[in-house]
Design a protein around this ligand. Structure first.
Ligand code: HEC
Length: 122
């Protein structure tokens, strides 16, 4: 009887240990998708800026239902957020500089938006 109790106690302890060990793993799995989540508010803000500031007149971008053909199509390619922000801020050739007109936050939102919605294949 005493032996049996010991075995059952061990089993119980093992179960508790197993449950405790599985907690950090579960927390890890719960965090992984959250880290990849896109900030929907910034996407919406970026889309609004893209439309309101005339980007649509010169650039095509499927997400914004934009068909401008003066500048490069913004879908496809591998532009980084950093590159996009720099182009919007400083302009280049026929691309106007928006640095003095949009706030840094607005330009950052535009960069975030374009980098996230640009279709990878064109
Ligand atoms: C008057 C037309 C015009 C408007 C308006 C305009 N762009 Fe451009 N944009 C261009 C042209 C032309 C280029 C190419 C410049 C070059 O490389 O010589 C360009 C380049 C870019 C690039 C870099 C693309 C690349 O691959 O080189 C980004 C990003 C961009 N524009 C975003 C925007 C955003 C965002 C807006 C609105 C805030 C905007 N543009 C408004 C004409 C325009």
């Amino acid at each position: 009887m005493a032996k049996q109790m010991t075995a059952m106690t061990r089993l119980g302890l093992a179960t508790v240990a197993l449950a405790a060990a599985s907690v950090p793993a579960a927390a890890l799995f719960a965090q992984a998708p959250a880290a990849e989540q896109v900030d929907a508010a910034r996407i919406a803000k970026g889309r609004e800026l893209f439309t309101n500031w005339g980007c649509t007149g010169c650039h095509s971008l499927v997400d914004a239902d934009s068909h401008g053909d003066v500048g490069p199509h913004l879908d496809g390619g591998d532009r980084t957020e950093e590159f996009i922000v720099s182009r919007i801020t400083n302009g280049q050739g026929a691309m106007p500089a928006f640095g003095g007109q949009l706030t840094e936050k607005e330009i950052a939102d535009l960069g975030y938006y374009i980098a996230h919605v640009a279709k990878k294949a064109n």
